[in-house]
Design a protein around this ligand. Structure first.
Ligand SMILES: Cc1cc2nc3c(=O)[nH]c(=O)nc-3n(C[C@H](O)[C@H](O)[C@H](O)COP(=O)(O)OP(=O)(O)OC[C@H]3O[C@@H](n4cnc5c(N)ncnc54)[C@H](O)[C@@H]3O)c2cc1C
Ligand code: SF4
Length: 324
């Protein structure tokens, strides 16, 4: 690890006034520093800036950026009204990691592309302009949607996929003031600048995530991975489906593990609204959601896997019976 200075901020203003890299749970940043993929000169510990509460906001909920993943998953309000979020969090990492990992840090975690972690190989995300080793290399975990010639990495997290389907907002504060971004637009597609993972500007601090009023829909998170636990998603589906009698009232579905951001397509969701569920409709929906998908050899299997998983989740969501 390279030398760095360490300071502890007492409140958000102090954190924003300090020049350096925020550190929260440290479960991703420290790993990257040990490998020298990241080499910040200064770390600003934000664990004690008072953003560790979950509070009601209108009919929704405000989640401080320093709330631990374990605490958020266990919160009785989240388990009752936004079970999708609780399930996505519990599908991630391990109990020990969830005890440390924070809401803000989870959103900001970096890709698990193996070449990003290997300083001996070219990687445009780590060293812009050096090339992409994953194209033509080992790319089993990588993107089938939204990738560019510069980078085919995925955003690896679970929580953000649920937040995208739940229409959550991410609140940030920075040198230019406060602003909010929709969770579904927080992460960026790589384009020509894969070194930028998110739409956060330099120096901005995530302060909170807000959830709108619950929809009373059926909420499902299904994560397909190589092992039953302690593995990142090959494909995941977060769904919140509200039935209107025998018809679909509203359906929100986001895919994880397939792109550099949670993948949500409003035009595809519009195909479902007001329709009676059928195999044909669900197949057409999945095809529209995955329109343009293209693999790179090792990960071609993700396209049929994602299609099957979307249809299975939708079938479960529209079926009668237990609503959990
Ligand atoms: C073995 C292993 C398995 C894992 N499996 C999964 C999994 O299956 N699913 C999953 O979703 N995750 C998984 N993770 C990732 C884990 O969830 C993340 O490491 C964790 O959520 C990051 O949160 P943190 O608070 O520790 O962030 P840190 O490591 O402290 O920070 C990560 C980044 O976020 C920035 N940051 C932190 N807080 C803020 C803020 N408030 N505002 C702006 N920037 C901020 C930091 O500067 C840094 O760049 C796994 C991790 C490991 C090590
Ligand atoms: S896919 Fe992206 S992160 Fe992976 S090697 Fe290519 S440029 Fe780097």
């Amino acid at each position: 690890m390279r030398p760095f200075t360490y300071s502890r901020a007492a409140d958000p203003a102090a954190a924003l006034a300090s020049a350096g890299r925020f550190i929260a749970g440290g479960t991703n940043l420290l790993d990257l520093m040990k490998l020298q993929v990241e080499t910040p000169d200064a770390l600003i510990d934000i664990n004690h800036i008072g953003l560790d509460r979950i509070e009601p906001e209108g009919e929704g909920l405000r989640i401080g950026a320093l709330v631990r993943n374990a605490d958020l998953a266990a919160d009785p309000r989240v388990r009752r009204d936004w079970p999708l979020l609780s399930r996505a969090l519990l599908a991630g990492a391990s109990g020990q990691l969830r005890n440390r990992a924070t809401t803000g840090g989870n959103l900001m975690q970096r890709t698990r592309c193996p070449y990003f972690y290997d300083l001996d190989t070219p990687c445009n995300k780590r060293a812009p302009g050096s090339g992409c080793s994953a194209k033509g290399g080992f790319n089993r975990n990588l993107a089938i949607l939204g990738w560019s010639d510069a980078c085919i990495a995925t955003y690896p997290g679970d929580m953000a996929v649920a937040l995208a389907a739940l229409d959550a907002e991410v609140h940030v504060e920075g040198p230019a003031g406060k602003r909010s971004l929709p969770a579904s637009g927080f992460h960026r597609l790589p384009g020509d600048s894969p070194e930028r993972d998110t739409n956060l500007e330099d120096g901005e601090l995530i302060t909170a995530v807000t959830l709108p009023a619950p929809t009373a829909g059926r909420q499902i998170y299904r994560k397909v991975r190589d092992r039953r636990s302690y593995a990142f998603a090959l494909v995941s589906v977060a769904a919140d489906v509200v039935m209107d009698g025998p018809r679909i009232g509203r359906a929100a579905l986001a895919l994880g593990g397939v792109a550099a951001r949670p993948w949500r397509v409003p035009e595809a969701e519009a195909m479902l609204a007001g329709q009676a569920p059928s195999d044909d409709l669900m197949g057409r929906f999945a095809d529209r959601l995955l329109q343009g998908a293209q693999g790179h050899g090792d990960n071609d299997f993700k396209i049929p896997l994602a299609r099957r998983t979307v249809i299975a989740v939708l079938r479960q969501a529209v079926s009668a019976g237990d609503r959990t």
